[in-house]
Design a protein. Structure first.
Length: 935
């Protein structure tokens, strides 16, 4: 048990034990000499991970008698307004044993610094806590402080001690503080003889030193090499180590130097990196399947470093198979980037890369670990180490971004693929048998794997990215966003600047849901428009067809129930009120009992299962519905033709396509001419179909819009907005990545009068409405609607009059940190999708950057009865790049009575940088602020 724990947690201790030869190891801290700067240390500040207002750098000024060449210099900047610290977690202390904590320091300049404390905290508690305070006299002298303590008898090697170097600001802080520290030490005064180290621990110990030895190539601050047979990449942020050739070259260790965490816990022989599934095509063994894994195949490796980037190139060869992986690490990055190529005599079916085993929990027992899931707007779930159940996702059906992350305690492990082709993928997080670690796998079904000829080559379509990061879901989203907005689907730019994007949709204040199937349903729509009293709106028209249900006779939607001429008159009357409408269209199905299915020989263009049968289903009625192949000219032309008829016969302004993004199937119809199975068959086929339909429709109406059900990234350039059910997400990563490049709207059938549902839709930057509640808001005598109706009008009006540059098409900033007067922060539980309840904090907020450089801040008190006092902070240095040297004019939008027109009021000037204040919001009150740089 001790050996396993030491392997899991005590790399700091093992690293130093392994440096000992005849003498016993005594030093417990790694990198306390600061010869590699703060690379072995994590950074934090009063509000979270990272540093704010503090710059850490190396100095050649060292303490007297030092054998080293560098110390750590700490400078404060204008943004220094709260405590910052560097820290390291040290495991392996023993109960009842004595230790000495000491450090050298020099106060070069004391401006803005109130005090400087060096501290140890056992398991982040006050047990065994010792504080060493610096003499803040500015005399340019090196000084030394130390303390001896005895570890509490209850201490075991499982406990950690957080060692910290912690500056505190004087007053409001600011620039001018300069302090140097050197030789931070935690010395074991009564060492016991350590067990003989394993070879791999010795390798990691040496890699933690400035000069590790071995073969290496360096460029700038990054290095690639081989040490004792282990290939490695390292810089001042991270160390990656692979298993030796005889063990197959799996990814064996990831050491995050900023947090001090050892990310992987795996025996060398079980370290994984890739897996291939193939089938034989020779006559004797045709159809037999084969599996290749790196663990069973020796390899050759070469390395190089140039232009601040280090590269390892691996080659595995066995049984007619050659796999090459090139992995790169830049000097300024913690993320490694890999590309894989495969050549084989067999028929490739699935390429699994990366495969990473032995992922350790980020928090103790994974209790506070979260896995980021790119589904709908985004969500985070408990780690499979806790639930004992795997997490599996299918891109693009149940996964709309090519990324995932495990995070907790301010540190995370990121996985992503920068695949501009949007190929099919299956991502999984699986606990080991003991439920102590995770294995991450990304499977790639190979394009054409189901064909008659073997697929003998494969190449990664983009970088496969993995590695540690500091922060939470928002930081993971920003990593992905950096690439995503350069992908082909973002090539047209921001929606409010695109020439092909319907600008009325970019302005849109709200949606409604309506039938338009008889006079009564039409009259109900105008009651809604009178109630909201807005210049523009959009009606999603259901039930306009003759079918049993609105999508029973696909694709025979026309003529409409009230006739084409009557519907055209209704839509013209709506347009006179500024209201546009769009109908429903099921983009996947063709009713197999219709005359058109027979006369147009639709079966020939249907999706064929690998058994040779047409894939079909039901869709509300009793008739079977064939799934249509989006690659085929017949179905593309049919969708385009019906879409154009919506304009020419009826006067619709857009179309709502269902099923394209929530369903996916490989088609094995050889006569269609497309590759059979895998790859980007589905995404490219649907994208091209939609592009054809969009182009055809916009020839008739240049402002025609297309809507899709369920958000996907790869159709952003041909679909203008997406429906996504439910705002239960606390981690809206899709919006953090793509807001401004596309839009999302929500809604549904039930519980849509609850404030968290309505308010989150607004706060998250979604389009408002589509609630099935608008008519009740306008007419119902029920008290809830009498109250929520005028309030929701204010939300809609705020978007129209004030918030659109932010909530409509701004860039999401990190959400404000909110602390209510009552602690812990109260929550409210409300029903969600499928009646699954979810909890939200009683006060929430969001922050946005507009294209003109201004910032919008929005807050909402969900409490039905009580005021809420809360304090919020936002760091404008991050993303917005507004430092404390800038002045901001602050404007508040104030709602009008009963949801009527609001007004703007300048409430003062603030300094930039880290901003915040204490506010009080009444029950259901919103706060909308605009921050503009004035100098």
């Amino acid at each position: 048990m001790m050996q396993r724990h030491r392997r899991r947690h005590a790399i700091v201790l093992l690293a130093l034990l392994c440096l000992a030869s005849p003498t016993h190891a005594r030093e417990m801290i790694v990198g306390g000499d600061f010869e590699r700067g703060k690379s072995a240390w994590g950074t934090w500040h009063c509000e979270g991970s990272g540093s704010v207002g503090v710059i850490y750098s190396s100095s050649t000024d060292t303490r007297p008698g030092s054998t080293g060449k560098r110390s750590l210099q700490i400078d404060t900047t204008d943004a220094f307004a709260c405590p910052n610290w560097i820290y390291q977690l040290v495991y392996g202390l023993g109960g009842g044993k004595k230790y000495r904590m000491s450090i050298w320091y020099k106060i070069v300049a004391g401006d803005a610094l109130e005090s400087f404390v060096v501290r140890n905290m056992k398991n982040d508690t006050n047990q065994d806590r010792k504080d060493l305070s610096f003499d803040m006299t500015v005399d340019g002298k090196w000084k030394h402080v130390s303390v001896v303590f005895t570890a509490h008898e209850s201490t075991t090697p499982k406990d950690y001690y957080r060692l910290m170097v912690n500056p505190y600001p004087r007053g409001k802080g600011g620039a001018g503080g300069i302090v140097r520290v050197d030789d931070f030490s935690l010395w074991d005064l009564d060492p016991s003889l350590p067990p003989a180290p394993k070879p791999q621990a010795s390798v990691m110990a040496r890699l933690l030193q400035v000069d590790a030895g071995g073969q290496a190539s360096k460029s700038g601050g990054v290095e690639a090499g081989v040490l004792d047979g282990h290939p490695y990449l390292r810089n001042e942020r991270v160390i990656y180590v692979w298993a030796r050739p005889e063990h197959g070259g799996g990814l064996f260790r990831i050491h995050d130097l900023r947090s001090g965490r050892q990310i992987l816990e795996i025996d060398e022989g079980k370290a994984a990196f890739w897996k291939l599934d193939a089938k034989k095509f020779n006559e004797e063994e045709a159809g037999n399947t084969l599996t290749f894994e790196n663990a069973s195949v020796p390899y050759e490796v070469s390395f190089n470093a140039a232009r601040d980037e280090a590269t390892l190139s691996f080659d595995w060869r066995q049984d007619g198979m050659h796999v090459n992986v090139r992995t790169r690490l830049e000097s300024s990055e913690s993320l490694a980037r890999s590309r894989m190529s495969v050549e084989t005599i067999h028929g490739l079916q699935t390429v699994s890369f990366p495969v990473v085993a032995g992922i350790a929990p980020m928090t103790k027992g994974a209790k506070h670990d979260r896995v980021l899931v790119a589904r709908r707007r985004g969500k985070d779930v408990a780690s499979p180490v806790v639930t004992k159940e795997p997490i599996k996702q299918h891109y693009t059906v149940s996964m709309n971004l090519q990324m995932g992350a495990l995070y907790g305690g301010g540190t995370g492990l990121y996985f992503g693929e920068e695949d501009a082709q949007a190929n099919e993928k299956l991502q999984s997080w699986t606990p080991n048998k003991q439920a102590t670690t995770l294995t991450y796998v990304m499977d790639h079904p190979v394009l054409g794997w189901g064909g008659d000829e073997p697929v003998t080559t494969y190449a990664s379509p983009g970088d496969v990215v993995l590695g540690p990061f500091q922060g939470d879901w928002f930081d993971a989203a920003r990593i992905y966003r950096k690439w995503a907005i350069t992908a082909p689907w973002c090539r047209k730019g921001l929606i409010h600047q695109r020439k092909d994007y319907p600008q009325w949709l970019a302005r849109l204040p709200y949606w409604t849901n309506g039938g338009l199937n008889d006079r009564q349903s039409v009259d109900r729509e105008f009651v809604k428009y009178d109630f909201f009293d807005m210049p523009e709106a959009l009606c999603h028209a259901y039930y306009y067809t003759f079918g049993f249900v609105h999508h029973d006779r696909n694709p025979e939607y026309l003529p409409p129930r009230i006739g084409s001429q009557n519907l055209r008159q209704v839509l013209r009357k709506m347009r006179d009120r500024g209201v546009r409408a769009l109908p429903y269209y099921n983009g996947w199905l063709w009713n197999m009992t219709t005359e058109s299915y027979r006369t147009e020989e639709a079966e020939k263009s249907a999706i064929i299962h690998h058994t040779g049968d047409v894939i079909w289903t039901w869709a509300g009625g009793d008739d079977p519905q064939a799934a249509m192949c989006p690659y085929t000219p017949l179905w593309r032309d049919k969708v385009t033709d019906v879409t154009r008829q919506y304009i020419s016969r009826c006067g619709f302004s857009g179309v709502y396509y269902d099923y394209f993004f929530g369903h996916q199937a490989s088609c094995f119809a050889r006569h269609h001419g497309h590759p059979l199975g895998g790859g980007n068959y589905w995404s490219s086929s649907v994208h091209d179909l939609l592009e054809q339909a969009r182009t055809g429709a916009q020839k008739l109406d240049p402002q025609f819009m297309i809507c899709g059900e369920m958000a996907v990234e790869w159709a952003i350039d041909v679909v203008d907005t997406f429906y996504e059910a439910g705002p239960e997400s606390d981690t809206p990563i899709f919006l953090a990545v793509y807001h401004g490049y596309t839009q999302i709207f929500s809604g549904g059938l039930t519980y849509k009068h609850t404030l968290p549902y309505l308010g989150r839709q607004w706060l998250m930057g979604c389009q408002n409405g589509w609630l099935h509640q608008e008519y009740a808001m306008a007419t119902s005598p029920e008290p809830i609607y009498k109250r929520v109706g005028p309030w929701y009008k204010s939300i809609v009006r705020c978007h129209w009059e004030f918030a659109r540059p932010y909530l409509g098409y701004g860039e999401m900033l990190r959400p404000p940190k909110i602390r209510t007067a009552n602690q812990p922060t109260p929550t409210i539980v409300v029903p969600g999708v499928d009646d699954v309840p979810y909890a939200v904090n009683i006060v929430e907020g969001s922050a946005w950057l507009a294209s003109d450089g201004s910032v919008g801040l929005f807050f909402l008190n969900y409490d039905d009865y009580e005021d809420q006092t809360f304090t919020w902070t936002v760091d404008l240095n991050e993303i917005a790049d507004i430092g404390s040297d800038r002045k901001l004019r602050v404007t508040q939008w104030i709602p009008g009575p009963d949801g009527g027109p609001g007004r703007e009021k300048i409430i003062g000037e603030w300094r930039g940088g880290v901003i915040g204040t204490t506010m009080n919001l009444e029950s259901w009150q919103i706060m909308a602020l605009k921050l503009e740089v004035v100098r």
